[in-house]
Every structure is written in structure tokens, then in C-alpha cells.
Design a protein around this ligand. Sequence first.
Ligand SMILES: NC(=O)c1ccc[n+]([C@@H]2O[C@H](COP(=O)([O-])OP(=O)(O)OC[C@H]3O[C@@H](n4cnc5c(N)ncnc54)[C@H](OP(=O)(O)O)[C@@H]3O)[C@@H](O)[C@H]2O)c1
Length: 281
Amino acid sequence: MGGKANGNGRGIVGRGANVIVVTGASSDMGREFVQQIAYWAAVGRVDADEIWVIARREERLRGLVGSVPVTVRPVALDLADADGLETYRGLLVEKRPNIVMLANCAGFGRMDHFENVPLGDELAMVDLNVKAPVAMVSHSLPYMRAGSRIMNLCSISGFLPCPYINVYAATKAFMVSWSRALGRELAHRGIKVTAACPYWVRTEFFDRAQPKPGERRPFHNFVGIMDARAVVRQIIEDTFHGRALSLPGWPAKVIFAATKLLPVRALMWSQLRLQELDGRP
Ligand SMILES: NC(=O)c1ccc[n+]([C@@H]2O[C@H](COP(=O)([O-])OP(=O)(O)OC[C@H]3O[C@@H](n4cnc5c(N)ncnc54)[C@H](OP(=O)(O)O)[C@@H]3O)[C@@H](O)[C@H]2O)c1
């Protein structure tokens, strides 16, 4: 299989174990993804020998070893760091896996007025939510074949400008746009790309996103918030089917429809009303 031209000028080089790669695997949606996809691998719906689980907290990644019915390889990396991404590339060169699925789940957000969020946090969001998945896909593609899947965990916020979480939403807008166009470009290789766009999901995301306890929290209304298990179940189903877009749960579907019908100003107005915000810091 090695060296076959694939149109990106780099050839298909994967000839080792069949591998599923999951970033953000140390908590919530990423971990749930690992648990559910391992079940599907065990029953033969996806042909995988190993799952590579990536995040910074190594002890949590190690906790997945032996807890699912597929071999798990913990790979502790900081994906917001160029060295972390280079380490991943080096691992691919060494192991030459056949990547059957890449799930980009790592990401974080900050909820506050733009003037209250340190610039370092805003730029770190761009590094982790945008640059890291682009690099992960670029490094992984030479190791993918026809039938491989890419799932990018975006957000329904990628369809509308979101005051008080504006950089995060903009990173997700990039991800939705990029994922859909990338899927079109990879169709000739039989590789499908799914942009998964959940509404609020009950996870540790909020621990990092919200201002510290005791400080004013602009966001307080999370009506319709969903559980990670159901959300991930739908995302995996849509990924298996190679759907370009996954909208898990009714709130994501309603908001998606609203973004097609209402002007952007009305969408932003209703978000501010919901959170009782007036645009000031
Ligand atoms: N929760 C929601 O309401 C919601 C809604 C829509 C979309 N999403 C998206 O869903 C994805 C998963 O979020 P979640 O809700 O499951 O949040 P979460 O529990 O906070 O998970 C985030 C994951 O990203 C990893 N991560 C963070 N910084 C990293 C770094 N520098 N390098 C490598 N890994 C890093 C974390 O692991 P370590 O800390 O161990 O590195 C963790 O595993 C994110 O992309 C998020 O934007 C969330």
C-alpha cells in the first residue's frame, strides 16, 4: 500500500495497525467518544486494533487502558504547542498506522466580555480549536485510506456570532466551514468528514470557560443543556454514515434552522436577552 499517489503529493504510507485517534480523550465528550467507539470496534462495526487517546492529563488517559474492550495507547500531548503536534507526527512516522478514524475533540472556550478575557486565552483558543485540528488532519491524512473518517467536534455556535463567547464561536465557525469544504476535497479518496455541532453539553468545559467562582458570570441560562452520552452517540452514528453535518439533539436543530431564517442581528439580540446581557463588560 505504501507510496500510492493520493492527490496530496505525499502518498499513503500507513501499513501498520488499524488505529482510531481521539483528541481531548481525558474528559467528557472525548472520553465518551473513546468508550462508545471501543464498543463499536469490539462488535466489528469499525475495524480497529488500537485507540490512541490524546490530551495533556496523562493519568486520566491511563485510566482508559483496560477500561474499554480495545487496546488503548495513551499519548500525552499539549496540542496547543508546536512540539506536541510534532511529537504526534513523529509517532506516525514510527508506527505507520492505518488511521481508520480521527476524532478531533480537544477544545476550550472562555465566556466573558472580550475586554475581560486575557489576550493569551483568546490566542490559545485559536491554537487549540483551529490550528491543532488542521495540523492533526494534515499529519494524519497520509495514513488514511478509502473508508476512513474524520470527525471534527465543532459547535452550533459555529453558525452564529456569539457575544460574550465571540472568539470561541469564531473558531468553531472556522471549523464548520473548513470541515465541510475539506470533506468535498477528500471525496475523491473515499474519506468522509463530519462537522459535529452540538448545543450546550454538561461537561468540564464550563470549569475552564466560566469566570472563577465569586466573579460575575455573564452566562447563566443553559436551558436545554444535553448529556454527553446521547450527544456522542448521535455524533458517532452520523460519522459512521459519513454525514457532512451532525446536529445532535433538538436544540442544535432548532438553532440551525433559526440561523437559516433570521437575520444575524436578531440572533444576537435573542442570545443577549436569554442571558440578560446588554453588551457591556
Ligand atoms: N460542553 C459544551 O457545551 C460544548 C458544546 C459544543 C461543542 N463543544 C466542544 O466539544 C469539545 C469537547 O469539549 P468538552 O465539553 O468535552 O470539554 P472538556 O471536558 O473540557 O474537554 C476538553 C478536552 O480537551 C483537552 N484539551 C484541552 N486543552 C488541551 C491542550 N492544550 N492539548 C491537548 N488537549 C487539550 C482536555 O484534556 P487535558 O486538559 O487533559 O489536556 C479535554 O480532554 C471541545 O472542542 C468543545 O469546544 C463543547
